[in-house]
Design a protein around this ligand. Structure first.
Ligand code: NAD
Length: 506
């Protein structure tokens, strides 16, 4: 490590850490514990492992009860039959409750994940907007009619809910990832069993509690907490779920897709990424440097859409890197409860060690650490903002998802070379282009195989635009109008007027 970055030590953190919050699962509208009574304790990664949340450890049987409740609510409940307007009214009330409880939700998310409190607050308010958008669209969902298939025929395409959806989410953005899926699924009329990560389950439970308060009928939105196997796996295996929407690693996603394939069950997968950030020589370098830093350090780099591969034109490489290093040196990281903190903790010691292992591998393969490169001893699991130069495309730090605050820099000379480097990845989740020449930026991004792209920004998002992956980054799309199609069935109805054509006149 050449220079020290700006580490913030916890000041009043202990005083602000409340006693651990004890959660219960939400099944069929009731708060329940696991039948075994087993519990999972979450140690905050940003505060010396202090326990901040306790939730049940569900068994397969507990999950089956939740699936039964969701099945009942779908097959016999009022929800799928309600008008879009009625569903929308309830969903808007959920959004209002999220806003009203934003501070409480943000604190829980901050402590469980270890992310900066100001970031957490922004995320919660963004989620309220996701619920609001989905509520608005829920009363605008339509099918199609075909009025030009013959004078004696009319074609109708009805949109119907797919049924019971099992939603499995990871630990990095628990409230956002659930809010990108649950309102879209229930907006169509589905019922849901959500299984959040065992590391960060609290805010998902709070979301279901708020939804009940808002008037969502019992059984429409259930939350079970527990480990991937058995809790998540049961959601995929049980034939009573009609769909699995999974966000997480390629390893688990492809395993669940195999289970679903055997049952011919629909799957949505949002998996890993290795996002390129292409910076052309005509880019606004201050804006690009800020975006590069944000793109790789946001959520301590534990972000599937991180811009973790910097592809920079050789002419501006040194200039841009100097600016990125300056930000890396000064960006405040450390205590998640400090309102100045921009980079919080890594999710677990095991994950921190994995990130460290990638940095060592990069060094041993010959790449150069320009700044950072080590864990920060302190009151939590912090890893220094880290920039690599001298990276070659075949190195593991250029190919694999590190999921930490680690930037790998590769130079290019032509736009063709930049596109080839960007596409030289098994992933295709996100990509950025930085250029003041809009035609160049557009023509470049059109050739990059990724589902979520930005021009002169990074990690931007809005409810209106779809998200999702190309290649190993996933299957399906969330958000926008497309997101509702994920959770819909489309039924074609052929209507015949007059006497139907004779097949066998006898
Ligand atoms: P993970 O795949 O280990 O776990 C994700 C979820 O799957 C957790 O809830 C876990 O309990 C559950 N799970 C684990 N084993 C299971 C099984 N056998 N059956 C059913 N469920 C099981 O991933 P993670 O470590 O929580 O998250 C990190 C990964 O998630 C990264 O690879 C990252 O790229 C990816 N991710 C992707 C997105 C996206 O939108 N594309 C968003 C966030 C994270």
């Amino acid at each position: 490590m050449s220079q020290q970055s700006s580490y913030i030590r916890p000041d009043l953190a202990d005083a602000r850490l409340a006693a651990p919050r004890r959660y219960r699962m939400v099944v069929g509208g009731k708060s329940v514990d696991a039948q075994s009574g087993k519990l999972i304790e979450r140690e905050s990664p940003g505060h010396n492992g202090k326990i901040v949340g306790i939730w049940p450890e569900a068994s397969a049987d507990d999950v089956k009860l939740a699936i039964g409740a969701a099945r009942e609510a779908f097959d016999n409940g009022p929800w799928p039959l309600m008008s879009g307007a009625e569903r929308s009214t309830i969903m808007l009330r959920v959004a209002d409750r999220i806003v009203a409880r934003a501070d409480e939700l943000a604190l829980a998310e901050c402590l469980e994940v270890g992310k900066p409190i100001t970031q957490a607050k922004g995320e919660i308010l963004y989620c309220a907007d996701l619920w609001t958008y989905a509520a608005g669209q829920a009363r605008a969902l339509e099918g199609q009619s075909h009025n030009a298939i013959g004078d004696d025929r009319l074609g109708l395409v009805l949109r119907e809910p797919i049924g019971v959806v099992g939603i499995i989410t990871p630990w990095n953005f628990p409230f956002i990832i659930a809010s990108e899926r649950v309102p879209w699924a229930i907006g169509v009329g589905c019922t849901v069993v959500l299984k959040p990560s065992e590391l960060t389950s609290g805010t998902s439970i709070m979301m279901a509690e708020l939804a009940l308060e808002a008037g969502l009928p019992e059984g429409v939105f259930n939350v079970v907490t527990g480990y991937g196997d058995p809790a998540g796996q049961t959601l995929a295996e049980d034939p009573r779920t009609d769909m699995i929407a999974f966000t997480g690693s390629v390893r688990v996603g492809s395993h669940l897709a195999e289970i679903a394939a055997r049952q011919v069950k629909r799957v949505g997968l949002e998996l890993g990424g290795k996002g390129p950030q292409i910076v052309f020589a005509d880019a606004d370098l201050d804006a690009a440097a800020d975006g590069i830093a944000y793109g790789v350090y946001h959520n301590a780099g534990q972000c599937c859409i991180s811009g973790s591969r910097l592809l920079v034109h050789e002419d501006i490489r040194d200039d841009l890197l100097a600016r990125v290093l300056d930000i890396s040196r000064r960006v405040p990281f450390g205590d998640p409860l400090n309102e100045r903190t921009k980079i919080g903790a890594m999710i677990s010691r095991q994950h921190l060690q994995k990130v460290d292992g990638y940095v060592r591998a990069g060094q041993s393969e010959g790449a150069e650490v320009l700044i950072g490169g080590a864990a920060e001893s302190g009151d939590g699991l912090f890893f220094q903002p880290t920039v690599f130069a001298g990276v070659r495309p075949e190195m593991s730090i250029a190919r694999e998802e590190i999921f930490g605050p680690v930037l790998s820099t590769i130079g290019f000379r032509t736009a063709d070379e930049a596109v080839a480097l960007a596409n030289d990845s098994e992933y295709g989740l996100s990509a950025s282009v930085w250029s003041t020449n809009l035609e160049n930026a557009m023509q470049t991004i059109r050739r990059v195989r990724a589902g979520r792209c930005w021009i002169n920004s990074v990690i931007d998002g809005t409810a209106e635009l779809p998200i999702g992956g190309y290649k190993k980054s996933g299957v399906g799309r969330e958000l926008g109008r497309y997101g509702f199609d994920e959770y819909s069935q489309f039924k074609g109805i052929h209507v015949t007027f007059g006497k139907p054509p004779v097949w066998f006149g006898g």
